[in-house]
Each structure stands twice: as structure tokens, then as C-alpha cells.
Design a protein around this ligand. Structure first.
Ligand code: NAP
Length: 248
């Protein structure tokens, strides 16, 4: 579909779910992909599988909430592959609870990984992308950051924050030919939504005009477009990939 030959991409949250589908799509399009998460064993399996199938990938163990480690990841990528063309900030967690019961540590953990993790990623790659006068930054938010959801004050705040952060840095980095866009997935079939009980899932399904839960590949296809040269005039946008849910 889109050609990413000779591009170098970093994808966080690559060990499962949406991130795993993104690394597969980006590697299939010809980029070298650095797969990032906290789970070394999973990353080894994913990266080896890509390489055995003729694609090009490596891995780096990194907790995205740690700026120092993210900086090391960027430096290591530049020293080995000479560039960073694409950054997909996909790593994320939930720690749900109604506001009256939400603990400070659950608030902090979600903000640290989902929002500060995106800040760390953007900060770590920006200088290199500015030097190259080329870059594609794609941040994964959520429709919860657009419309809210009871029991997810921390998650909604983090995902709204990602949208605002993306809009601000898109304006800062545009003069250096770097685009920054955000994807807001709806309900996607991964371990993250496995926790939702059957009754709630059924209710959610009824709110999706396209009548199905999304797949990780639905999100990966949008990442692929935003990472491509064809999307060179798209920046500062938030694209909901949600089966039409947020228009209702
Ligand atoms: P998932 O299956 O739970 O996977 C989350 C990924 O993030 C894993 O690879 C995990 O790897 C990684 N991760 C978590 N904390 C990390 C940290 N501190 N440092 C590095 N990596 C970390 O979730 P998913 O459904 O694929 O979600 C991916 C993204 O899409 C998230 O940002 C999520 O908020 C967003 N999203 C998902 C949905 C949905 O319906 N599934 C909807 C809207 C938005 P390790 O545990 O190995 O570190």
C-alpha cells in the first residue's frame, strides 16, 4: 500500500496488541523497525519473527516513562541506523476507578506512562528529526480523550493531554518538515479491552455504527498512511478510528 523503504521507525508498546500490528505493518512496508516495550522476551520473539520473514527489525527494552532511557534508545538508534524517520508513541495503560476511589498512585502511573511517555518520546527524537528536516510523529490517544468515560478520569486526562501536546509540537516542528498527528482509536480487540465485562461489551457494540469492534490492523493501517510520504501535508490532526462511534 505505502512504501517506507529506507526509513527507520521506533514503535513503543510493540510487545502485543495494537503496537504489534503497527510494527508488522511498518516493517512490511519496508522500514527498519525498532520494537520497544518493557518485556524483553516478547520483543525478542516479535523481532526475530519479522527478521525470519525477510523484514528488518531490532528491539530496545525501555519504560517510556523514563526520559533518560528513552534518550538512550534514540541515541542507540541514531548510532546504529543513522536516522529516525518515524516515531509511533503507542505504549499505554489503564488503571480505572471512579474518581472518589481513584488512588493518587493510579492517577500518577497513567499520566506518567500515557502522557509523560509521549513527551519523552517526542523530546528524544525531535533534535535528530530537525537535523534531518524530515520526520513523522504519530501519537496514539483514544476516543476517551475526546468524549470522556466514567471510571477513566486518569486515562481520559492523559489521552486529552496527548491530543494537546500533539497540536502544540506540530506547530513547533512543521518548519522542519516534521508532521505530528494523533490517532484516537475506538474499541479495539486487544488485551486492554478483554477486562471489560460481556454486558458492557454488548452495550458498546450497539454504539458502533459499523457494527463491529475494531482490530489492531485497523489502527496499523492509519499509522501506515500517516507515516507515508503521501501524508506529507497532514499535520496537527486527530483522526478517530472508531467505526463511526464519535459521530453519534
Ligand atoms: P495492550 O494490549 O495492553 O498493550 C499495551 C502495550 O504498551 C504493550 O506492548 C506494553 O508492553 C506497552 N507498555 C505499557 N506500559 C509501558 C511502559 N511503561 N513502557 C513501555 N511500554 C509500555 O494495549 P493496546 O490495546 O494494544 O493499546 C495500545 C495503545 O492504544 C495504548 O496507548 C492505548 O491506550 C490505546 N488505545 C487502545 C484502545 C483499545 O480499545 N484497545 C482504544 C483506544 C486507545 P509491556 O507491558 O511489555 O511493557
Amino acid at each position: 500500500m505505502f512504501n517506507l523503504a529506507n526509513k527507520v521507525a521506533i514503535v513503543t508498546g510493540a510487545s502485543r496488541g495494537i503496537g504489534k500490528a503497527i510494527v508488522e505493518a511498518v516493517a512490511q512496508a519496508g522500514a527498519h523497525v525498532v520494537c520497544v516495550s518493557r518485556s524483553e522476551n516478547e520483543l525478542i520473539k516479535i523481532s526475530s519473527n519479522l527478521n525470519e520473514n525477510g523484514m528488518s527489525s531490532s528491539y530496545f527494552v525501555c519504560d517510556v516513562s523514563d526520559l533518560e532511557v528513552f534518550n538512550k534508545l534514540a541515541k542507540d538508534t541514531i548510532s546504529k541506523y543513522k536516522r529516525i524517520d518515524i516515531l509511533v508513541n503507542n505504549a499505554g495503560i489503564t488503571k480505572d476507578g471512579l474518581i472518589v476511589r481513584m488512588t493518587e498512585s493510579d492517577w500518577n502511573a497513567v499520566i506518567d506512562i500515557n502522557l509523560k511517555g509521549v513527551f519523552n518520546g517526542v523530546k528524544s527524537v525531535s533534535r535528530q528529526m530537525m537535523k534531518q528536516k524530515y520526520g513523522r510523529i504519530i501519537n496514539i490517544s483514544s476516543i476517551v480523550g475526546l468524549i470522556g468515560n466514567p471510571g477513566q478520569a486518569n486515562y481520559a486526562a492523559s489521552k486529552s493531554g496527548v491530543i494537546g501536546l500533539g497540536k502544540a509540537v506540530s506547530k513547533e516542528l512543521a518548519p522542519r518538515n516534521i508532521t505530528v498527528n494523533t490517532i484516537a482509536p475506538g474499541y479495539i480487540d486487544t488485551e486492554m479491552v478483554e477486562k471489560i465485562d460481556e454486558k458492557t461489551k454488548h452495550k458498546l457494540l450497539n454504539q458502533i455504527p459499523l457494527g463491529r469492534i475494531g482490530s489492531p490492523e485497523d489502527i496499523a493501517a492509519t499509522v501506515l498512511y500517516l507515516a507515508s510520504d503521501e501524508a506529507g501535508y497532514v499535520s496537527g490532526q486527530t483522526i478517530a478510528v472508531d467505526g463511526g462511534m464519535t459521530t453519534t
